[in-house]
Ligand binder design. Structure first.
Ligand code: HEM
Length: 146
């Protein structure tokens, strides 16, 4: 049986790589929506955006989120972080991030069915939320303020 102390840096590496991939999608997807809003329904441009959005969501964001969760929870379990204040803060940030992820999935489906009614201003605002949550998640886990 390999000891946790040897596995830990590898699980953390996996976690950080997954988090980077997840965040790439979380930060880019709303930007795609901003541009998609200006493309006419049925145009070639709009159909191209649909493919980009679907692939980004299914091939990158969904698997990356899953790996980030599994690796993050495995570390928290093995290191006994569940009672720590900073970990509660981190969990709050990542639960909110996951909710935004699911909302983005709904928007992808709406665009795919040509039934988006939200404005580019709406997506510009949505664009800022993952950035704020990402900064909070990193502060909680590195500074560990409480
Ligand atoms: C998806 C759910 C997540 C869970 C359950 C989770 C949990 C954890 C845990 C337990 C650690 C190890 C902390 C330590 O050993 O000191 C960790 C490390 C880390 N997490 Fe997460 N995390 C999640 C998502 C995220 C997200 C969304 C970000 C950034 C946006 C992030 C950024 C980091 C970073 C940068 C580290 C490495 C910190 C270090 O060097 O110790 N994590 N995470």
């Amino acid at each position: 049986m390999i000891e946790w102390v040897y596995i830990y840096p590898w699980v953390k590496t996996l976690h950080v790589v997954a988090v980077i991939s997840w965040m790439a999608g979380m930060l880019y997807m709303p930007r795609l929506f901003v541009y998609h809003c200006t493309a006419e329904v049925g145009s070639k441009q709009s159909e191209t955006f649909k493919i980009m959005e679907r692939r980004l969501y299914r091939a990158i964001m969904n698997p990356a989120m899953l790996v980030a969760w599994v690796a993050g929870l495995a570390i928290a379990w093995e290191q006994d972080y569940f009672a720590s204040g900073w970990f509660h803060g981190k969990l709050a940030a990542v639960v909110l991030m996951t909710i935004i992820h699911l909302m983005l999935g709904r928007y992808v489906r709406d665009f795919a069915a040509d039934r988006n009614t939200r404005s580019h201003k709406f997506y510009r605002v949505i664009n800022e939320i993952p950035t704020v949550l990402m900064v909070a998640a990193v502060i909680f886990v590195i500074v560990k303020p409480f």
